[in-house]
Write a protein that binds this ligand. Structure first.
Ligand SMILES: Nc1ncnc2c1ncn2[C@@H]1O[C@H](COP(=O)(O)OP(=O)(O)OP(=O)(O)O)[C@@H](O)[C@H]1O
Ligand SMILES: [Mg+2]
Length: 156
């Protein structure tokens, strides 16, 4: 587990841009945190890091999934308005979570039982108007592949 304090939206954007090149096809990132914590802002920054115009990225609040043709493709889920977690099955979630793209899931904690065990979890905690605590956790492999390299990239 690693905790990072973001003092400003631009710091959260820096995290997303630094994370993007570390992500591999098949990686799943779960984003949790209250309304306005910064989940979509972080997704936009990862998207920008993958070469997607962040202005094109909007939260799939009603459609649940947006797909972007980056390389690898980006699948952006927002499951806040799911009736229940098992509605994910109707959306064909396996093709995304176990596919060859990168999947980012806003409110991933709501569908925790459907997430692959190897996912990266990022919890965003609102400290005050401009400050957020970002808590990164995952398996030993996720720590080695994603969390430690991210920390190193941000330390520089
Ligand atoms: N340090 C920070 N990191 C991220 N966002 C911040 C920070 N400080 C302020 N903000 C602001 O918080 C808001 C985060 O909005 P965003 O839509 O990303 O939240 P969200 O977690 O996706 O919310 P929702 O649950 O409604 O989808 C933005 O207006 C952003 O400018
Ligand atoms: Mg959002």
């Amino acid at each position: 587990m690693w905790e990072y304090i973001s003092e400003h939206p631009s710091m959260t954007q820096t995290v997303g841009r630094a994370l993007a090149p570390l992500l591999q096809p098949g990686d799943v990132v779960s984003l949790s945190g209250h309304l306005g914590a910064g989940k979509t802002l972080l997704v936009k920054a990862v998207a920008a890091g993958l070469g997607i115009d962040p202005g094109e990225v909007t939260s799939p609040t009603f459609s649940f999934i947006h797909e972007y043709a980056s390389s690898p493709p980006l699948y952006h889920f927002d499951v806040y308005r799911l009736q229940s977690p098992d509605q994910l099955e109707d959306l064909g979630y396996e093709e995304y979570f176990y596919g060859n793209g990168i999947t980012l899931v806003e409110w991933g904690d709501v569908v925790a039982s459907y997430l692959p065990p190897e996912h990266l979890a990022i919890e965003l905690v609102k400290l005050d108007e401009h400050r957020r605590e970002l808590v990164f956790s995952g398996s030993e492999d996720v720590c080695r592949r994603l969390i430690r390299p991210l920390k190193e990239a941000l330390d520089h």
